[in-house]
Design a binder for this molecule. Structure first.
Ligand code: OGA
Ligand code: NI
Length: 376
């Protein structure tokens, strides 16, 4: 076995048993099958969104309701060209099918901004995720580093550029709807992002020998404002509304984007809109591809509710920067993992209530890494 083969999942997916570094604690393992689909997350057609006195009102109502209930919905008739979507997906699949040494030419381990990596590019992961990713930092345009964008398969770079641009447009339209729903000017949410960042993460989840023991992507909320996820027809995206007690698998819809709100969107709405709590599960039958486009505020953008409704308390004590918000999130996650490990060692068991209390604290830690090393 060549050393490069070990690093990607191409080799591991052929094993009969799952390598121990991917095995999760029992309480984190999947509870619902990857293909046991739920239709609870609404599918909303955006046809007529620009008709101010027509369908727009109804579409906005549906979006707002979904954001209040789940923080997730799916959109169809979104105006992103089907050919662009299929080109993007085909080229992404072709990339992951390349030999390991080709993919590893873009290896981003060691904190490089963009490229290919197995599991995760974030710090402090105790158990690995069963996925390979390619990630692009696409906005602001002046910060693009094309040397970190794969130059294979041929033509992918141009397609990615167009895809990024079209998705930025769609995200801004959706943020307009949410701004209006908050009783603010249309551009209130984009303005609060100062200069919107965009990052594209292409997730490839190979077939897994023991999918019940692991996750493709562990439970999380996205940190940013809004995320647009394109997934294939396999299934694997799951969401929970009760802190992980029960889960649903989001039904794949051909050509749709799954839209979910992140922490920034949640805070700006003063908690009215949910930050979707989600994960991805894998399976032993087939590989799965998803493309997540994260719309984030600039690192120095202020995070604080844009509107506090009568009788509400602010969800944040004070305004902080997005960079600080992110740092607190990461250090809380690391602290949680540490406490969990300790509790396990002592066989105490960390109950959900304690876990939530800790989440509430979101204490900044002095040993936190600089933002540019962890901000993904
Ligand atoms: C993500 C994400 C889910 C999926 O990339 O943040 O939640 O189904 N992906 O791939
Ligand atoms: Ni996510």
């Amino acid at each position: 076995m060549a050393p490069t083969t070990v690093k990607t999942l191409t080799y591991l997916q052929q094993e009969k048993t799952l390598e121990s570094s991917f095995v999760r604690d029992e309480d984190e393992r999947p509870k619902v099958a990857y293909n046991h689909f739920s239709t609870e997350v609404p599918v909303i057609s955006l046809a007529g969104l620009d008709e101010v006195h027509g369908r727009r009102v109804q579409i906005c109502q549906n979006i707002v309701e979904a954001c209040e209930n789940w923080g997730i919905f799916q959109v169809v008739d979104h105006g992103v060209d089907a050919k662009l979507i299929s080109d993007m997906t085909r080229l992404a699949r072709d990339f992951f099918a390349l030999p390991p040494e080709e993919k590893l030419r873009f290896d981003m381990s060691g904190g490089k901004k963009g490229g290919f990596i197995v599991s995760s590019h974030l710090q402090g992961e105790a158990v690995k995720d069963w996925r390979e990713i390619v990630t692009y930092f696409s906005y602001p345009v002046r910060e693009r580093d094309y040397s970190r964008w794969p130059d294979v398969p041929e033509g992918w770079k141009a397609v990615t550029e167009e895809y990024s641009e079209k998705l930025m447009g769609l995200a801004c339209k959706l943020l307009e709807v949410l701004s209006e729903a908050m009783g603010l000017e249309k551009d209130a949410l984009t303005k609060a992002c100062v200069d919107m960042d965009q990052k594209v993460v292409v997730n490839y989840y190979p077939k897994c020998p023991q999918p019940d023991l692991t996750l493709g992507l562990k439970r999380h909320t996205d940190p940013g404002t809004i995320t647009l996820l394109l997934q294939d027809q396999v299934g694997g995206l799951q969401a929970t509304r009760d802190n992980g007690k029960t889960w649903i698998t989001v039904q794949p819809v051909q050509g749709a984007f799954v839209v979910n709100l992140g922490d920034h969107g949640h805070y700006l709405s003063n908690g009215r809109f949910k930050n979707a709590d989600h994960q991805a599960v894998v399976n032993s039958n087939t590989s799965r591809l998803s493309i997540a486009t994260f719309q984030n505020p600039a690192p120095n953008a202020t995070v604080y509710p844009l509107k506090i409704r009568e009788g509400e308390k602010p969800v944040l004590e004070e305004p902080i920067t997005f960079a600080e918000m992110y740092r607190r999130k990461m250090s809380t996650d690391i602290e949680l993992a540490r406490m969990k490990k300790l509790a396990k060692e002592k066989k105490l068991g960390l109950d959900l209530e304690k876990e939530n209390q800790l989440k509430e604290l979101e204490k900044p830690k002095l040993d936190a890494k600089p933002l540019n090393e962890i901000l993904a």
